[in-house]
Design a protein around this ligand. Structure first.
Ligand code: AFP
Length: 341
C-alpha cells in the first residue's frame, strides 16, 4: 500500500506548532484515542472468527441489548484514557452516569464523551460500524470531574471526531472552524493512521437523502413534506434525490460528508419512548455536528442549531438533520413555514 508519510501523530504535532502556548496534551489525548480504536479495529475485523459476536444478554441504560463488542469497545476506550492524567471524567453512551477517573490516577482537564461502538446492531452482518467522540475542557474545579463537565453544549467542544471500522478503517477529527476536518486511514501492515483526507469540505448541496423511511407514518408534518419534496422536482435542486441508508450513523454521515446530501433522524411523534428522536445529543449528535460545521455543513433539530442545544441530561436525545447547507436549510424553512401555521 502506498501512502504519504504523514501519520496522524505527525500531523497533530505539526498543527500544534501553530499554537505556541499548547502543551501537547491534546496531541497525547488523540494518540490514546487512536490507540484504542486500533484495538477495537483488531477485534471487529476478526469478529467472525472468535466467540465475540452476538448479545451478552444484558440491557444498557437506553433499554437496548448490549453486544459483546459494545462492551469490549467501551472498556478499551476507558482503559486507554483513565490513567493518562489527561481526563477529568469520561461519559459513554453505554453507561448511565459519568465514568470517574479512578482515585489512584491523576485527574486532567479534558472530558471525553463517546459512543464506543455505534451501529452495533449491524455487527453480525459485517456492516460498517464506528466510534464517535467529543472532547470538552472541564468546567468544574474540584479534585475529580463531575457530570456538569459532560453536560456542555456542542459549541464548547474543543475537538470531535469518529472512527469507521469498514472496508478500511478511517479516523476523522477536527478541532473546529478553520482548523479543518482531516481523515486518516489505518494501514494495518504498519498499524498507523496515515493522512488520506486533508481538509475535507462537504458539498454545499448533494443528491442523497438518508433516513429510515419506515418511520414515515410517525414523522411530523414538516419531515413528511421535506422527504416528499426531495422525491420530486419541488426542491431547491429542482431534481429528485436518491436514498442511501445503512442504519449505521457514522457510515451514513461519512458518505454524505464526502458526497453531499442530508441525513435525518427526526422526532418520532407516535412513539412516546422517543419523543425527541433516537440519537443522543452528547455522544452522537453534537460531535458529528461539530465535524460537519467545520467541513462547511450544517446540523439542526429543524428549529435550532445542534451545537446550541443545552444538555440537561447525559442521555438526552434530539432530532438530527445534518449535512450539506442547502438541504438542512430547506428542512429548516419547511419547519418555519409549518410553525407559522
Ligand atoms: P445501534 O448502535 O443500536 O445499531 O443503533 C444505531 C443508531 O444509533 C445509528 O447508528 C443509526 O443511524 C440509527 O441507530 C439507526 O436507527 P434505525 O434502525 O431506527 O434506523
Amino acid at each position: 500500500m502506498e501512502h504519504t508519510t504523514c501519520t496522524l501523530n505527525r500531523f497533530v504535532i505539526e498543527q500544534q506548532r501553530n499554537f505556541p502556548e499548547a502543551r501537547g496534551k491534546f496531541t497525547e489525548l488523540l494518540e490514546h484515542i487512536a490507540f484504542a480504536s486500533k484495538i477495537v479495529n483488531r477485534e471487529t475485523s476478526k469478529a467472525g472468527l472468535v466467540d465475540i459476536l452476538g448479545l451478552t444478554g444484558h440491557v444498557n441504560v437506553q433499554g437496548e441489548e448490549v453486544q459483546k463488542l459494545d462492551q469490549f469497545a467501551q472498556s478499551t476506550f476507558f482503559k486507554a484514557l483513565d490513567h493518562t492524567g489527561l481526563c477529568a471524567c469520561i461519559a459513554s453512551e453505554e453507561e448511565p452516569d459519568i465514568l470517574p477517573i479512578p482515585d489512584h490516577f491523576p485527574c486532567g482537564d479534558y472530558v471525553v464523551t463517546f459512543d464506543p461502538l455505534d451501529g452495533s446492531t449491524n455487527i453480525d452482518a459485517n456492516v460498517s460500524i464506528g466510534t464517535i467522540f467529543g472532547i470538552h475542557r472541564r468546567v468544574s474545579t474540584g479534585d475529580r470531574g463531575e457530570t456538569r463537565d459532560a453536560l456542555q453544549p456542542g459549541r464548547n467542544l474543543v475537538a470531535a471526531g469518529y472512527v469507521i471500522y469498514g472496508s478500511s478503517t478511517i479516523l476523522v477529527y477536527t478541532c473546529g472552524g478553520s482548523a479543518g476536518v482531516h481523515g486518516f486511514t489505518l494501514d494495518p501492515s504498519v498499524g498507523e493512521f496515515f493522512l488520506s483526507h486533508n481538509f475535507i469540505r462537504t458539498p454545499v448541496s448533494g443528491s442523497i437523502y438518508s433516513t429510515n423511511e419506515g418511520n414515515y407514518q410517525s414523522w411530523n408534518a414538516p419531515t413528511r413534506e421535506f422527504v416528499d419534496r426531495l422525491k420530486t422536482k419541488d426542491n431547491p435542486r429542482g431534481k429528485s434525490y436518491s436514498t442511501r441508508y445503512i442504519g449505521s450513523l457514522v457510515a451514513d454521515f461519512h458518505r454524505n460528508l464526502l458526497y453531499g446530501g442530508v441525513f435525518l433522524y427526526p422526532s418520532d411523534t407516535k412513539d412516546p419512548s422517543k419523543p425527541t428522536g433516537k440519537l443522543r445529543l452528547l455522544s452522537e449528535c453534537a460531535p458529528l455536528a461539530f465535524v460537519c460545521e467545520a467541513a462547511g455543513g450544517k446540523a439542526s433539530t429543524g428549529y435550532k442549531r445542534i451545537l446550541d442545544v443545552e444538555p440537561t441530561e447525559l442521555h438526552q436525545r434530539v432530532p438530527l438533520i445534518i449535512g450539506s447547507p442547502a438541504e438542512v436549510e430547506f428542512y429548516e424553512q419547511i419547519c418555519a413555514k409549518h410553525s407559522k401555521g
